[in-house]
Design a protein around this ligand. Structure first.
Ligand SMILES: [Zn+2]
Length: 246
């Protein structure tokens, strides 16, 4: 007999991966799709790390409007369902979001990984300082540390900019086991390939989107649910309970 002990099985985990569709029912526009924010403003103007300084005023104008909209929004029943899961199984739940709002936190979630940053934070690309904005519309007061003015951008990950939390995301995706459950909610998969990361993983994967889309191989998910997240997420609680308490 081997003297080595079999390591205790790691308990089943729940990973929640969300996108703009989660906050859509709180009145925040999604970026893509019909009536998406990027229908009106070209994303290469306001969300491109290579050119943002050339479009400095347009970038701040766009994110000021986002910050004002986010400040007026309230968490919905889908955010509340995720907060409920984390409250029930605090050690088992990891929450990853592409959203730059804080509606998950307002619903009671904690330790949320914001893969694409946080619209309430500003970032100075010269000295790397990140700080909480005190005003909804950026007043061009410059960086509190190095005092430069044209180096300040919202702490939102732009296209072409390194995303420091992607390492966490890929690490979690690579570590998934059959006992784990992943809920992917409100994302088209256009920016991050949730089908590759989670649908094709070994975990039990559940996709929740308003309607089917063409950006992902949605058949790769174990289950697909289409409709409003505010109705579908609370209804998943029993399925998740059975899997996580198994
Ligand atoms: Zn600075």
């Amino acid at each position: 007999m081997s003297p080595e002990k079999t390591p205790a099985a790691t308990p089943p985990r729940l990973i929640v991966f969300s996108g703009a569709g989660l906050s859509a029912e709180s009145g925040l526009s999604t970026f893509r799709g019909k009536h998406g924010l990027w229908e009106n403003v070209p994303l290469e103007t306001v969300c491109n790390f290579a050119t943002w300084r050339q479009n400095f005023d347009a970038v701040h104008e766009f994110y000021n409007a986002r910050r004002i909209a986010v400040a007026a929004a309230k968490p919905n029943q889908a955010h509340a369902a995720i907060a409920d899961w984390q409250k029930r199984w605090p050690e088992r739940v990891r929450i990853l979001t592409q959203n730059v709002d804080r509606l998950l936190e307002q619903a009671g979630c904690h330790s949320v990984v914001h893969l694409h940053g946080d619209v309430h934070l500003m970032h100075c690309v010269a000295c790397d300082l990140e700080w909480e904005t005190e005003v909804l519309a950026y007043d061009h007061s410059g960086c509190p540390l190095c005092h430069q003015t044209k180096t300040v951008k919202p702490a939102v990950v732009f296209f072409g900019q390194p995303a420091p939390h992607y390492e966490t995301l890929y690490g979690i995706a690579a570590s998934l086991r059959p006992a784990d459950t992943v809920v992917v909610v409100g994302t088209s998969g256009a920016v991050l390939p949730a089908d590759q990361l989670f649908g094709n993983s070994r975990a039990f994967s559940i996709l929740v989107n308003l309607e089917p889309g063409a950006e992902m191989d949605e058949a790769s998910f174990t289950e697909r649910h289409y409709g409003p997240a505010t109705q579908l997420l609370p209804a998943l609680t029993e399925t998740i309970r059975r899997r996580i308490e198994a």
